[in-house]
Ligand binder design. Structure first.
Ligand code: C2E
Ligand code: MG
Ligand code: MG
Ligand code: MG
Length: 276
């Protein structure tokens, strides 16, 4: 087949499709080549807890990928995920993430659920649903939440929506990630197999300062309640924001105030719950 380098060069003309920010610059070419060599072996997952505001317990953790690169150090996903979405390697990465998460779940109490990020490219891949079906043997599939961004859900693709439905029928939960930043029509919330909305960090960060952000968060929560969806707020960095979100009816919060993403070995779910 084609080398990553040749592929990236060929892609140069069509690269604007997903993101105009991806260019075949030297770092990207290096990462593409490295991935071809080492596959997923240098990836690690960090997990960030979500606090359930109804019972003050950690009920979910979100898996967030990092690349432990021998030359560049711990690379955040912003450096490589969009790149691998371009090349299609994301399908391999998502499978690795799901496998890791399922293995992790087996080490924890059955009440713990894991959220992980998937992309449209996964949902339109013919092999995805059968593969997930195979991987979830031996765990309760309701312990998996697949996060998809609004733009990810809102493709023209019927197949993406069909895959979500099939996966949900298997028991998998779906969350809309970065809610409020993407597509403006909300009708899809009613039509698709979605159980959860994650309010984007940009609104959460301004919540206590800006009446516009407050209005957006309030109406999002009202809409979610109306549709019977759970609301998670991401990027909560202080107690004031947490308390306001609690008052507004948010179901769960995630953010540095509670804990940063961390390796599985450092997860101590009982200790993370703050009593102050
Ligand atoms: P996301 O899914 O919206 O994840 C939340 C991001 O916000 C994470 O960044 C997390 O570390 C960060 N965050 C959490 N709490 C706070 C806070 O209180 N303050 C601030 N400033 N940031 C906070 P991270 O880990 O760098 O991931 C960035 C994005 O990369 C994710 O956004 C997700 O879209 C993508 N991503 C991460 N892991 C994966 C993966 O395994 N597969 C795919 N396809 N995408 C992934
Ligand atoms: Mg996410
Ligand atoms: Mg998010
Ligand atoms: Mg976000």
């Amino acid at each position: 087949g084609m080398t990553a380098l040749a592929y990236a060069r060929k892609k140069k003309t069509t690269v604007a499709y997903y993101s105009s920010e991806i260019e075949p610059n030297s770092l990207n070419l290096r990462l593409l080549n490295d991935f071809q060599r080492v596959h997923c072996s240098q990836f690690v997952l960090h997990y960030q807890p979500q606090l359930d505001l109804h019972d003050n317990e950690i009920t979910h953790i979100e898996a967030l990928i990092r690349w432990q690169h021998p030359d560049f150090g711990l690379l955040p996903p912003v450096k490589f995920i969009a790149l691998f979405e371009e090349t299609g390697a994301i399908n391999v990465i998502t499978r690795w993430v799901i496998r890791e998460c399922i293995a992790m779940l087996k080490h924890h109490h059955e009440s713990l659920k894991v959220s992980l990020n998937i992309t449209t490219r996964d949902l339109v891949d013919d092999d995805f649903v059968p593969l997930v079906k195979e991987l979830i043997q031996g765990i309760n599939p309701e312990r998996l939440v697949f996060e998809v961004t609004e733009t990810g859900i809102f493709t023209d693709s019927q197949q993406a929506q069909r895959s979500m439905k099939e996966l949900h029928q298997l028991g998998i939960q779906f969350a809309v990630d970065d809610f409020g930043t993407g597509y403006s029509s909300l009708s899809y919330l009613n039509e698709l197999a979605i159980q959860e909305i994650k309010i984007d960090r940009s609104f959460v960060a301004e919540l206590t300062q800006q009446s516009r952000a407050l209005a957006i968060v309030q109406s999002t929560i009202a809409l979610a309640k109306e549709l019977g969806l759970d609301v998670v707020a991401e990027g909560v960095e202080d107690r004031e924001t947490l308390e306001l979100l609690r008052k507004l009816g948010t179901d769960r919060i995630q953010g540095y105030y509670l804990a940063k993403p961390m390796p599985e070995t450092e997860l101590d779910l009982k200790k993370i719950v703050r009593s102050d």
